[in-house]
Design a protein around this ligand. Structure first.
Ligand code: SF4
Length: 445
């Protein structure tokens, strides 16, 4: 697909023009008033009355956000001991910002060339997670490509097998070298020894109900019974359809993403929310996205953290086809974090992703409004494969040293932030203590 996606000038309906002034918007932000989209646009652009970023104004926005962060969560910087266990890189969806997927035909038994991708069986997932649980992780996070053989469960597979609708993107497991099992089997497999299972994005939930009239609540209920504990709000990209039509035309639209997230919350699952910015969208789209997340949180109260993800452009079709010539600038990154903190007055935690920003800029974000510093990530495929340089494991020792070096308090947390433990950076051995088998020794020797 996606050869048909336009590569000419992108003419969006939404444009970053407002009748608000930067000074008024900043005053409202400092007073803790709920911001409008126009306020957000003024802050994130440092004023639409002038071109480019005004550094003095930028510092004012960052300072307001940092102060708000201190009021809301104090000086603690949190992180979670976690493992990324992605089940498969097989995917036909063809999002133009993604280099994680490998076209699923390459995974079929008839395809003989090496494609560098992978699929794990439920048994393999279990083994990987069980090892990490023994080491002391609290959470396993699993986000995968939309493998055509994946079905929600056996009942769903029977429905898909009986259907001759090509557009359902289904193929029986027997066509592939490796059988990924069903979503429920994978979740059950990863639910080892009381570990927290964080999985099933709205896009995966859509794949897990394709061809049926099942409500998202039914899908999440079955997954919850299989052991799912919370849902990552990724695949959000930009929740404005005119942008999605360019960067991920085969994905669910904004309304469906929000519907799936509400359903997850309705069956009692916590969620997170993300934004992937710095590609074809403009400042208005970024703030409209924040507004949609804020409204979702008003309705559900289930969002534990918001995660701004700066687009990594290398080796993506968007870059290779000339639709973008780079990602967001450092100024834009800092303003994205700051305005997320100021705009999302109902989400307590804003995450700085060291995988996307790198160590020093990731730490800087903790003074721009962010208070969470991700997780240990025992393995990380997604960012590495998209050309990022920072996809590495991070030990609790490194966390403790880095966070205390900027004068803040390192705190190991549970996925839902309910359990927290201050880490003593002066201790000899520093390891996780919150996971079901964590004993304070390091995750890796
Ligand atoms: S972003 Fe997800 S759905 Fe889109 S191509 Fe990549 S793996 Fe597939």
């Amino acid at each position: 697909m996606s050869d048909a996606v336009p590569t000419g000038d992108l003419e969006f309906t939404h444009q970053p023009t407002t009748d608000q002034s930067f000074e008024n918007a900043l005053a409202k932000a400092r007073d803790g008033e709920r911001l409008t989209v126009a306020d957000g646009v003024e802050l994130i652009t440092t004023g639409t009355d002038r071109d480019g970023i005004d550094r003095r104004r930028k510092e004012q926005v960052l300072e307001a956000a940092d102060r708000r962060r201190a009021e809301v969560v104090g000086d603690e910087v949190t992180f979670v001991a976690n493992l990324n266990n992605n089940v498969t890189t097989a995917c036909n969806t063809g999002c133009l910002f993604c280099n994680f997927k490998d076209r699923s035909e390459q995974f079929r038994s008839s395809y003989q060339e090496d494609h560098g991708g992978f699929t794990k069986t439920p048994a393999e997932s279990r083994e990987i997670v069980a090892d990490a649980v023994e080491r002391g992780i609290y959470e396993v996070c699993s986000v995968s490509g939309l493998h055509p053989a994946l079905a929600l469960d056996e009942e769903h597979r029977e429905l898909l097998e009986a259907s001759d609708r090509e557009e359902l993107n289904y193929r029986p497991p027997a066509d592939y070298d490796v059988d990924p099992g069903t979503y429920c089997e994978q979740i059950r497999a990863m639910d080892v020894g009381g570990v927290h299972v964080h999985s099933m994005t709205p896009e995966e939930a859509y794949h897990a109900r394709r061809g049926t009239d099942w409500a998202y609540e039914e899908v999440f209920r079955r997954l919850s019974r299989a052991g799912l504990d919370s849902v990552p709000g990724t695949a959000a990209e930009i929740l404005v359809d005119e942008v999605r039509e360019v960067i991920c035309p085969a994905k669910i639209d904004s309304a469906e993403w929000l519907e799936a997230m509400e359903a997850a919350a309705a069956v009692g699952l916590d969620t997170t929310a993300t934004i992937m910015y710095g590609h074809v969208e403009n400042a208005k789209h970024r703030v409209l996205h924040l507004q949609r997340v804020r409204e979702l949180q008003d309705r559900t109260g289930a969002i534990t953290e918001f995660v701004p993800l700066s687009f990594v452009h290398e080796e993506t079709p968007l870059y290779e086809r000339g639709l973008v010539d780079g990602g967001a600038s450092r100024d834009e990154d800092e303003l994205m974090i700051a305005v997320s903190r100021l705009f999302l007055d109902n989400v307590d935690h804003i995450q700085s992703s060291w995988v996307k920003y790198g160590d020093s800029q990731g730490l800087k974000m903790l003074t721009c409004g962010a208070d969470d510093f991700m997780g240990t990530i025992l393995s990380e495929e997604i960012t590495k494969r998209a050309g990022g340089d920072y996809g590495e494991f991070r030990s609790i020792r490194e966390y403790a040293d880095m966070i205390s070096a900027i004068g803040r308090t390192p705190v190991e947390r549970s996925t839902d932030y309910e359990h927290r433990r201050v880490v003593d950076p002066d201790a000899d051995a520093v390891g996780p203590e919150l996971g079901p088998k964590a004993d304070g020794t390091p995750l890796l020797e």
